[in-house]
Design a protein around this ligand. Structure first.
Ligand code: SF4
Length: 406
């Protein structure tokens, strides 16, 4: 059945936690303290399927279970196929390993000159500042280290990483990630941002965070002041489904935008979550309405126990085709595969170009109509601007690419 939503409404409210004072609900530390982290807690609120129960039993060896009350409220407890439920409640598929999967599927560890720093592209570094998150996504690329369920014992060395960046003038772009950097205190974040801002060759600082989606209460005015002080700080949030777009998230995005933080979104294409054109269209439209530019749509990385989330790339391409030309260009994310083993992000695009010769490029538009754009110029000696047909006389005469097939 096609996905439908009430476009005029943004979910809000405390749901199951009506009895909690609003001041507690709005406190990010209250939300963290009251996370659901065990099967027993989950079963106080909902009936787990056998598949979920088996997954939960394995979570402490794979990736911890944790869900904020705020995000738990968004789950449909009566629907085992709820797309939000699938993202945060483990399932038995996590135990199933496939030959193609790896613990460190992007080869980050071998590009790590100091603990917590990945230097794969010449001008950019990835600075992993924590292994903790507000809630844990069951398809997490860094599940080898995030939450420490696999005893990775991740210990970022801030000082070593900062000194490495200081001594590498080619690094102009630093991405803070983890785990979730916004779980650090304001003080710690301010320290890191101040140190990075003081490095002359660091031009671009960005943060990858799912906190706005899992814990929008963390986006406090005080945190926004830190971003203002050391800005521009760019941020990629991580929303996968339109049901995640609540009034609280929208308000948090407003606060970030008004603090001068440019916002983008990274989604992961996930089976049974967002592998559907209507869902994706609703998602990108909600993002634009929250001032967030859909940035990347990721083909899922080949992490261990992730096959049950894997979507056929042809379906991903069909989704992109369903967006391109059919909606606002700003709404269309770039579909990418992060090349296994550390080859970097590679854009995967529907094939619009049919042929390129020395004379022309032949391509099709979003409706499938074919056009030719000439690559040659044939001067007409006596032609003047007055000879060029006026577009009002011939409505399409000014458009260079003419359909070559009706
Ligand atoms: S928030 Fe990011 S780092 Fe944390 S579990 Fe989810 S995908 Fe992984």
């Amino acid at each position: 059945m096609p996905y439908t939503e009430d476009r005029a409404t943004w979910f809000e409210g405390q749901g199951l936690w009506q009895h909690i004072p609003e001041s507690d609900w709005r406190s990010w530390t209250w939300q963290l303290k009251h996370r659901i982290t065990s099967v027993a807690q989950l079963e106080q609120f909902m009936t787990l399927t056998p598949d979920e129960r088996a997954g939960c039993a394995f979570a402490d060896q794979k990736l911890s279970l944790a869900i904020t009350p705020y995000f738990f409220n968004l789950i449909d407890r009566d629907d085992p196929d709820c797309p939000l439920r699938k993202q945060v409640i483990p399932r038995a598929g996590e135990r199933q390993l496939s030959a193609e999967e790896q613990l460190d599927s992007l080869g980050e560890d071998e590009h790590s000159p100091v603990p917590g720093l990945v230097h794969r592209y010449p001008d950019r570094v990835l600075f992993l500042v924590t292994d903790r998150c507000a809630a844990y996504c069951r398809y997490c690329t860094r599940s080898r280290l995030v939450s420490n369920a696999q005893d990775y014992n991740f210990h970022p060395e801030y000082e070593q990483a900062l000194r490495y960046i200081e001594s590498h003038p080619e690094v102009r772009d630093v991405l803070l990630s983890g785990g979730d950097p916004l779980l650090l205190s304001d003080k710690k974040l301010e320290h890191l941002l101040a140190r990075l801002r003081a490095i002359k060759h660091v031009e671009f600082i960005r943060i990858g965070s799912r906190i706005p989606v899992f814990l929008p209460q963390r986006i406090t005015p005080e945190l926004c002041e830190v971003f203002k002080k050391y800005g521009p700080i760019w941020m990629s949030i991580h929303m996968n489904h339109p049901k995640e777009a609540t009034q609280e998230l929208k308000d948090a995005c407003d606060r970030l935008a008004f603090a001068g933080v440019p916002l983008g979104n990274q989604s992961v294409l996930l089976k049974g979550v967002n592998d559907d054109a209507e869902v994706m269209q609703a998602l990108v439209h909600r993002l634009l309405r929250m001032r967030v530019r859909p940035y990347y749509l990721y083909q899922m990385d080949l992490i261990t126990g992730g096959a049950h989330f894997k979507v056929d790339v042809r379906q991903g391409l069909a989704i992109i085709e369903s967006l391109r030309g059919h909606t606002t260009g700003y709404a269309v994310p770039q579909y990418v595969i992060d090349a296994p083993g550390g080859g970097g992000k590679v854009p995967i695009n529907p094939d619009y170009v049919e042929k390129i010769t020395d004379r022309e490029v032949v391509f099709r538009n979003y409706e499938g109509a074919r056009f030719s754009y000439p690559l040659t110029s044939t001067p007409v000696p006596d032609r003047t601007p007055a000879d060029v047909p006026h577009p009002h006389a011939h409505p399409h005469a000014h458009l260079p690419p003419h359909p070559v097939v009706p």
